[in-house]
Design a protein around this ligand. Structure first.
Ligand SMILES: NC(=O)c1ccc[n+]([C@@H]2O[C@H](COP(=O)([O-])OP(=O)(O)OC[C@H]3O[C@@H](n4cnc5c(N)ncnc54)[C@H](OP(=O)(O)O)[C@@H]3O)[C@@H](O)[C@H]2O)c1
Length: 305
């Protein structure tokens, strides 16, 4: 049984703007914040139905949102080019992830709104792993460099009134969402071959837990850098094997590979495991155990096997 307590968000969290409410994580915040208190603002690149205001990070302008005048305190910055290879090859990614995000942050700071920036374990080189919240960043991908630049910009410009949320790989539990476990289960259900790196070590985290933990950090007016991830490290290969067992999939069809053998445009950091020390010390929060997530995904797919 998935622990449903994490769905209950603190009622005293500050009024927020969700910038980038149509992406994978942004839409999870949008849904959860809408259910628990509809008084917030949400934006997407083009605006749209359901009360979404328009905000394009290529030319951000928050004046029309009237955030401070309407009592907003925080802005969750979830809009970004989040594809690692896209950042490596598309110059426009830097315009969005660095230039536009800086511009947005300047405007938020000028209005006294706290930027809550979603960063990544890719700010590290992945050589040592087990990075605490205050570890020194050393990115090896363009995506990681862009995240590290914004982290540094916030430290310099936001006068201490900022929150940096460092995420590891985030996944969902909806069938067909094509996130980490669902994608593997889909391949297994077609009796395909799963290629899984034994040397990619990370802290996969359920999207619902990211929402629950961040809402609690907001409610406590936490500031600075927080690793927000499930406090257990996994290799992609071990995850595939655990899921295969649940789905009675032949584990010999899992091909153990090294990250070096996969033809990514950008060389990936190998061990980006994070230690969410500050988060666990400062807020009362229990992450959903991986065994429960594997069980749920296996249930989603077992009927068609
Ligand atoms: N998912 C993960 O595992 C993970 C892990 C670590 C960190 N993060 C970070 O968490 C944040 C959210 O990730 P995600 O997985 O939810 O990404 P996502 O699904 O790709 O969503 C990104 C959102 O950004 C929007 N966007 C892109 N360019 C924009 C622009 N010029 N102006 C306004 N909006 C723009 C996209 O809108 P369109 O649909 O209109 O393009 C989309 O809604 C990102 O910063 C990502 O780097 C994610």
């Amino acid at each position: 049984m998935i622990n449903e307590d994490n769905n209950i968000l603190p009622a005293d969290r500050p009024k927020s703007a969700i910038i980038g409410a149509t992406g994978f994580i942004g839409s999870a915040f949008f849904e959860a914040y809408r259910k628990s208190n509809s008084d917030f603002t949400a934006t997407s690149r083009r605006g749209g139905p359901g009360g979404l205001s328009k905000l394009d990070l290529l030319s951000p302008d928050i004046s029309g949102l009237k955030l401070s005048r309407t009592g907003h305190k925080d802005a969750l910055i979830l809009a970004a080019v989040a594809g690692i290879d896209r950042c490596e090859i598309e110059p426009a990614a830097r315009k969005i992830n660095v230039d536009g995000t800086r511009d947005l942050i300047k405007q938020l700071v000028a209005e006294g709104i706290k930027p809550v920036f979603f960063s990544s374990d890719y700010v590290f080189d992945g050589a040592a792993g087990n990075y605490p919240d205050d570890a020194i960043t050393r990115p090896i991908t363009e995506y990681g460099r862009q995240k590290a630049e914004i982290e540094a910009f916030l430290k310099e410009k936001a006068q201490g009134n900022y929150l940096i949320i460092r995420l590891s790989k985030v996944f969902g539990l909806k069938k067909g969402d094509n996130t980490l476990l669902d994608e593997m289960a889909g391949i297994m259900s077609r009796d395909g071959e799963v290629r899984a790196a034994y040397d990619q070590i990370f802290c996969p985290t359920l999207v619902r837990d990211v929402v629950g933990a961040v809402a609690r950090l907001q409610a406590r007016d936490c500031r600075g850098i927080y690793n927000v991830c499930f406090p257990e490290k996994w290799s992609r290969c071990d995850l595939a094997q655990a899921l295969a067992q649940k789905l009675s999939f032949d584990v010999s069809r899992i091909r153990k590979v090294s990250l070096d053998e996969i033809g990514f445009k950008a060389r990936r950091p190998k061990n980006t495991s994070l230690i969410p020390r500050k988060l666990l010390a400062e807020i009362d929060f229990k992450f959903t155990p991986m065994a429960e997530c594997l069980e749920r995904v296996a249930e989603n797919w077992s009927k068609i096997r």
